[in-house]
Design a protein around this ligand. Structure first.
Ligand code: ZN
Length: 243
């Protein structure tokens, strides 16, 4: 049995990543997984890229990582994301882009399949509704499937009778067992559920549980770094509002 920290959507936010990794160590995790979007939006892409690639035992590429490495056109992104990605490409240089090139948006090798966005579309599909969750859960047979991308902590359960129900993380941990679970840990570096604290999840393989955790971090420090880098000010402001 082991304790595994599930991190997603770090987005160049060094302050949030360091706080979450310290909290994970205090909880005694033996390893951590990263569901992609290591870079983009935040001011420390080289740091978050290196930390995730070196430290995570499984690490995906998200749509922003594919944009930064050149595998996706930056024309596919919103204006603020475009500006941040163009800046990020220069910051991480050819070596960083090569590191991102080695990551994929899905990893279905283990008992727990990982997708940056969804099993149907690992790069772009946002799983926000129960019908989208059903589409995802019907595509995989594993008892637990992990996705990121929406920046909102969430979970859905597919029961043996075919019913799909949403579980709100604030109601506490879920116990795996009957049926299948689709779990989103939320975003480390840019939460969008009106709670600015960094979001992540703890998977206890022995107990068969997944628990959602929020970790306070130095939001002002992350904001100051974004402004000092000359990135769009909106990317700094949104961190304090959790949106
Ligand atoms: Zn993201």
């Amino acid at each position: 049995m082991s304790l595994i920290a599930i991190l997603s959507d770090v987005h160049g936010n060094r302050h949030a990543l360091e706080a979450v990794l310290a909290a994970a160590r205090r909880r005694g995790v033996s390893e951590w997984w990263c569901l992609g979007d290591l870079v983009g939006y935040g001011a420390d892409p080289q740091h978050t890229l290196t930390t995730c690639v070196a430290g995570a035992s499984r690490c995906l590429a998200g749509n922003h990582d594919l944009g930064a490495s050149g595998r996706l056109s930056l024309a596919d992104f919103s204006a603020a994301a475009y500006d941040a990605l163009a800046w990020t490409r220069g910051q991480i240089g050819p070596d960083g882009r090569a590191e991102l090139d080695r990551l994929q948006p899905a990893d279905v090798d283990g008992d727990v399949p990982l997708f940056h966005a969804s099993p149907r579309d690992p790069v772009w599909e946002y799983v926000l509704t129960t019908s989208q969750a059903r589409g995802a859960l019907e595509r995989v047979r594993a008892p637990l499937v992990l996705v990121g991308h929406t920046h909102v902590a969430a979970a859905w359960h597919l029961a043996a009778d075919g019913a799909v129900a949403q579980h709100r993380p604030e109601r506490g941990p879920v116990r795996l067992g009957e049926g299948r679970w689709l779990v989103n840990p939320g975003s480390v570096g840019q939460p969008r559920d009106r709670d600015p604290r960094a979001a992540w999840a703890l998977y206890d393989t022995g107990a068969g549980t997944v628990e959602w955790i929020r970790t306070p971090y130095d939001v002002a420090g992350a904001q100051a770094a974004i402004l000092a880098a000359g990135l769009p000010a909106a990317l700094a402001h949104r961190l304090a509002e959790g949106r």
